[in-house]
Design a protein around this ligand. Structure first.
Ligand SMILES: C[S@@+](CC[C@H](N)C(=O)[O-])C[C@H]1O[C@@H](n2cnc3c(N)ncnc32)[C@H](O)[C@@H]1O
Length: 223
């Protein structure tokens, strides 16, 4: 009996503190991360820069804008940019940086699953390091593109075998992006090993995928 009591006491000592710690919501987890990154300069994504080179600026949507590095880059090129993110800390930092640089962006707090993407609204949709948050909204992204509009995506391949910030496995599986966006013309697809420009990957080369899809113009009506 005494032994049973000792075992129960030991178990309680370990289990109680763990149970007392509530699981963080995704908003909390991202807010904490962005609060730590406050004031650090984060370069825009190079693949995005290559994609828009020589393209006339239009209306762009940055899905999961984080601290706004890509929205700010596009706005400086003359794009009319809307960005949203679940992290109000990230969005506030993006707004503050835009004000500092004298740029105009429409930065909002929003959830990928509730955001109104609209229909044929955007010339460019940016989905950088958004993984499952983008995947599960691919149909809505396709509908939101104007004919001739592009979706540009970069992310980690599932081969990285890591957990996301919220604990799930993350990364794209083989050919996932062209399949998800099969309603678009695949203008570019790359499955490679390279430095990811999202710094939780540690700065070392990792499995990375890149994708550009273009919304086809409607077929001309036969006379
Ligand atoms: C890996 S970060 C990438 C941020 C940004 N696209 C970039 O490349 O700098 C993923 C982003 O997704 C956002 N996010 C996570 N869940 C979301 C959701 N349900 N709706 C909108 N944004 C979300 C996070 O706050 C975070 O900013």
């Amino acid at each position: 009996m005494k032994r049973l009591f000792v075992v129960a006491a030991i178990l309680a000592a370990f289990v109680a503190p763990a149970a007392a710690q509530p699981k963080k919501s995704p908003e909390q987890a991202w807010n904490e991360l962005f609060a730590k990154r406050e004031g650090k300069e984060h370069q825009f994504n190079k693949f995005l820069a290559e994609t828009v080179k020589g393209r006339a600026p239009g209306k762009a949507l940055d899905v999961g804008m984080g601290q706004g590095r890509n929205s700010l880059f596009l706005a400086a090129l003359g794009w009319d940019v809307t960005g949203f993110d679940i992290s109000d800390v990230g969005v506030k930092q993006a707004q503050a940086e835009a004000a500092k640089r004298g740029l105009k962006i429409d930065a909002r707090v929003g959830d990928v699953d509730k955001f109104d993407y609209g229909k044929e609204k955007w010339d460019l949709v940016v989905g950088m390091y958004m993984h499952e948050y983008l995947n599960r909204n691919a149909k809505r992204v396709v509908a939101s593109l104007k004919p001739g509009g592009l979706v540009v995506v970069e992310g980690i391949h599932r081969d990285i075998d890591k957990a996301s910030l919220t604990g799930d496995k993350y990364g794209y599986v083989n050919n996932e992006l062209p399949k998800l966006f099969s309603a678009l013309r695949t203008r570019y697809y790359q499955d490679t090993v390279d430095k990811a420009d999202w710094d939780r990957s540690g700065g070392k080369p990792v499995p990375v995928v890149r994708f550009i899809g273009e919304k086809p113009e409607p077929a001309a009506k036969k006379k």
